[in-house]
Structures are given as C-alpha cells and as structure tokens.
Design a protein around this ligand. Structure first.
Ligand code: SF4
Length: 303
C-alpha cells in the first residue's frame, strides 16, 4: 500500500524483523508497538521523539505506519515476561478497528504465559475482552489525568474521559486487572482525588506520575498554561524552570494520606501481578519514577 490519506492522517506501511523489543521502561520485559506514530497526538507526548527515527517530517499525530512482522512462532519463550503493548503508540487507536494489528499480536501471544500490560486512551480494547480473558495474565491501563473534557480535548484527540471510564468498568467487570494511570499529573490542574473517587471500585492499581517537560513540547505546554491558566504560570516556572520539586513532594504526601483515608496500600513501584479487594486499589507513586527505574516489581523504592 502506498501512503494514503485517511481522515487527515497519512497512513503507510513498514516491515519489521521482530515486533518484540527489549524494553527500557521501569516495568522491564519487552515493549511492543504495533504501529509507528500515534494519532492521539497528545501535546505532552514524550514518544514524539520517535519521529526522528522514522523518517517522518509530518507533525506528530498526523501519520501512522502499519507494521508488518513475521509471525511469533514460539510465544512460550515469553512465559513470565512482562510485555508492554503501547509505549510509543496506542494499540487501540481508531485505525486499529480497520487494520487489527493489536488483535493479531494478541492472537500470536496465545499460550505465551506472558504478563501483558496494555496502555491505552481508548475504549476499543473492549472488543478484545474475549482474547484478554484467554491470555490470562493481562492488565489494561487507561491514562486519565483529568475529569474535565475540555482540558482533555485541549491535550489529546483520543476518546472522552467518560468513554475511558466506561471501558475500564467493563474490563474490570470481566475479571481483568485494570489500572487508572493518572499521567501526566498537571500541577494545579489534575485533581487526583476526584479521579480516584470515580475509579476506586473499578481498578486494581492507581498510578500517579508527574508531568515531565523535556524537549520540544516544553514550550508548547508552558505557552498553553500562560494562555489558559495564567494564574499557574509562577508555579510552572518554579517547577519547570527552577527545578523546585516541592510541589510534587507535597502531592506525594497527599497521595499517602489518601491511601490511609481509603485503606489502600501505598507503594513506590508496581506490585507483582495480583488483584485487590474492590474499593481498595494499590496507589502507586511514580512521581520522579526515574528513581525507581531498573528495580524489579518489588513495591520498594531504590535507595
Ligand atoms: S497516547 Fe501516548 S504515545 Fe500516543 S500521543 Fe499520547 S502520549 Fe504519545
């Protein structure tokens, strides 16, 4: 297929020798991205750096390459390994409905015994509930950093927060482990306790991660804050230009208090695969997660 434009997105194809790549993420294992590019086009996308390795000159969010890979012949070699689907794309982009790469990948991982983590901002994942149940050890994580649809629309073109919440509920009810990934936490904007109250009965883990402003999008975000939230400019200046982490330290305390209030475990890294009693998700502190990078999933912070 030559490059074609569909709904304003430039769609192409790319061959890859091996769909599974060793991961540098704190959760380890393998990372799998069934597409190149991500049409959610989040303004704060840390993955947009990928663009320079792809030969694309178009804006991040406006192109997508459909990957082709040789079939995974021996899925058992991934037994017990963590496989993250969607670290620099979303496996459930709207285009997945047509191209089905993520479903194909999951089918090839049948019988692998891998610990699969799917990161998404979509509700299309409910299409694959049957397959996820069959795979067994699967976790689905939705990024939700606001309940304000207007702010969400300013930041990404993925489905609404309400649709993400409804999908999480459905997947949780199907007996699959779910995560509410509160990321990135925007200082002065993200109200994580309000989000927690919405999701506590439908997730096993509640991850918190700070907004990092690195590279090209720092200016985009700071300009946005100046325009839409001018009263927050001094706070952002303090954090992102003067590297004062006091604000996030105070949020850590707040998260710890919230954990006590709702009788939830509070840990510095993800717990090993497991389910928790409804209403008491594990609250995972990924603020400054570079500190926990490289640890096993022990639930402890590096010294
Ligand atoms: S969903 Fe993730 S990979 Fe896709 S644009 Fe947003 S932050 Fe980037």
């Amino acid at each position: 297929m030559a490059q074609v434009e569909m709904n304003g997105i430039l769609i192409g194809e790319v061959e890859t020798k091996n769909i599974m790549t060793k991961s540098s993420l704190p959760v380890g294992g393998y990372s799998v991205n069934p597409y190149v590019g991500c049409t959610h086009g989040c303004k704060y996308c840390y993955a947009s750096f990928m663009k320079r390795f792809t030969g694309h000159t178009e804006d991040w969010g406006t192109f997508l390459d459909i990957k082709h890979w040789p079939e995974i012949k021996n899925p058992k070699k991934y037994a017990g390994q963590r496989i993250v689907i969607g670290s620099v794309t979303d496996g459930y982009l709207p285009q997945e409905e047509q191209f089905g790469n993520t479903r194909k990948l999951l089918q090839q991982l049948r019988g692998s015994g891998a610990d699969i983590l799917i990161c998404t901002k979509s509700d299309l994942v409910v299409r694959d509930i049957d397959l996820l149940k069959e795979l067994g050890q699967v976790t689905v994580s939705w990024s939700i950093n606001t309940l304000n649809e207007e702010f969400k629309n300013d930041m990404d073109s993925a489905v609404s927060i309400e649709r993400r919440l409804a999908a999480m509920k459905q997947v949780y009810a199907a007996g699959i482990r779910t995560v509410c990934f509160v990321s990135p936490v925007f200082p002065g904007i993200t109200d994580f306790e309000a989000i927690f109250e919405r999701v506590k009965d439908q997730c096993d883990l509640f991850w918190l991660e700070n907004l990092n402003l690195r590279g090209g999008f720092k200016k985009t975000i700071l300009d946005y804050i100046a325009e839409r939230y001018p009263s927050l400019v001094p706070l952002y200046d303090e954090i992102y230009n003067h590297h004062n982490l006091g604000y996030f330290k105070s949020l850590e305390k707040k998260a710890e208090e919230m954990a006590k209030k709702y009788d939830c475990p509070f840990v510095d890294n993800e717990m090993p695969y497991g389910r928790v009693p409804q209403g008491h998700p594990v609250i995972v502190d990924y603020f400054y997660h570079e500190e926990v990078r490289g640890t096993g999933n022990t639930g402890k912070r590096n010294k």
